[in-house]
Design a protein around this ligand. Sequence first.
Ligand code: DC
Length: 214
Amino acid sequence: MSLIIAVDGPAASGKGTIAARLARTYGLPHLDTGLLYRAVGVKLLEAGRSLDDEAAATEAARSLDVAGLSDDPRLTTGEAGEAASRVAGHPGVRAALLDLQQAFAAQAVGAVLDGRDIGTVIAPDAPAKLFVTATPEVRATRRWRQLTARGFDIGFEEMLADIQRRDARDAGRGAAPMVQAEDAVLLDTTDMDIEAAFDAARRIVETARAKHGL
Ligand code: DC
């Protein structure tokens, strides 16, 4: 068995930062699976297609070029996140992205993947699973600070409403909804800064390593 670390949780919970730092700490490749859905959403928007068009979205997912996704500034916007959440509800899109994610998880060296369904669907046998969360108010505050620091003009109430709408859509969909896997450890970062959250995440992984002899 290799060290697969599944990091799931809602938007702005800190899961992406935690996953990237775990990958560096353990020398593992890291896949931010949200980027895949963001890229599909942006492709549709740029082609002028409806985000509700499952056939077009599935085709966009099948023909996705994953090289360079992590450096693409178009994928970091709130609009891309919203589009991602909408296309992610199409079962055809999820099916088209499944093999790629499972192949990434199956690398002999191990892997870190973050998303919404890693511990439940993509890598259900992962030895280390975390579900990272925080209250919607704290997540909205973090995201609002990031965006206003980058010069975006957005109100806090609007940010909070966006987060709540996205949570409801991601958790409420029929296809691979966002849910904590039964064997995932809950990490609530509401009262933690990033250092404390990362330390807690590393302790969870260390416990899983000891349990599985990894
Ligand atoms: O983690 P993120 O904000 O980049 O994700 C954007 C959207 O993509 C999220 O709202 C739902 C969807 N997503 C998903 O359905 N499954 C994943 N494994 C990752 C993201």
